[in-house]
Write a protein that binds this ligand. Sequence first.
Ligand code: NDP
Length: 247
Amino acid sequence: MSEPSTPRRAFVTGGSRGIGAAIVRALAAAGHEVVFNYRASEGPARALCDELTAADARVEAVAFDVADRDAARAALDELLARDPTPFQIVVHNAGITRDAPFPALAPEDWDAVIATSLGGFYNVVQPLVMPMVRARWGRIVVLSSVSAILGNRGQVAYAAAKAGLVGACRSLAREVARRGVTVNAVAPGLIDTDMLEGVPLEHALGLVPMRRVGRPEEVAALVRFLASDEAGYITGQTIGIDGGMAP
Ligand code: NDP
């Protein structure tokens, strides 16, 4: 029998759509208060808040670009000034692709991909770590990708950013392990979200032993588990959720 998790305050980046929205729903359903961020999708963010508030969840959305260090800092400071309860669950999910063969990869695309995934990790997770350490309980979960493990044509920037997150998680896990804070990455394969638009699925599914795409809810269930009390002895790991793509 699994124990219900103690309710905590959670922060999720990129919660307005796709996997992030499923994570927000899963954490709210587990009884956590959830603050999520988004960059542009105000309508979907509001709709998600309305949906969860109607179900008696405590949820709030804040708009800022995770790649913008000052904006992230200002938003987090404002949230903690209003309510100093530490965020003891932090999920860095926001990420973008700008696929192109490497010789044709524009510098601004390299910068945007790295700044969102890897810069976003620093800009959001770093300010929230010390309060978690002081509370002696924390869960940090980061969305990496199967591309970080296998590599993928056209995704040199994306794979670099997502592999960078794996290294960051492993190192941070060692720094905070004795303080009750775990740090893990999840590495999804092909998940059915807007991010798959334009991906030639007939070819891509040939690389998936299960021959199907994953659902955002399947990734969210893994994240919810890693954020739970029960997952307290798992840290520094990268857990694949990819229908068998990566060995
Ligand atoms: P989507 O494109 O469906 O959603 C991305 C989310 O991130 C949106 O909520 C978006 O906000 C937000 N976001 C993007 N850039 C920023 C930014 N600079 N600042 C704040 N928020 C931002 O992506 P998925 O749900 O598919 O992906 C979620 C994560 O999972 C990503 O990190 C992705 O790399 C990873 N992943 C996805 C896979 C897939 O097949 N779908 C496979 C492997 C990994 P807004 O709506 O405002 O734009």
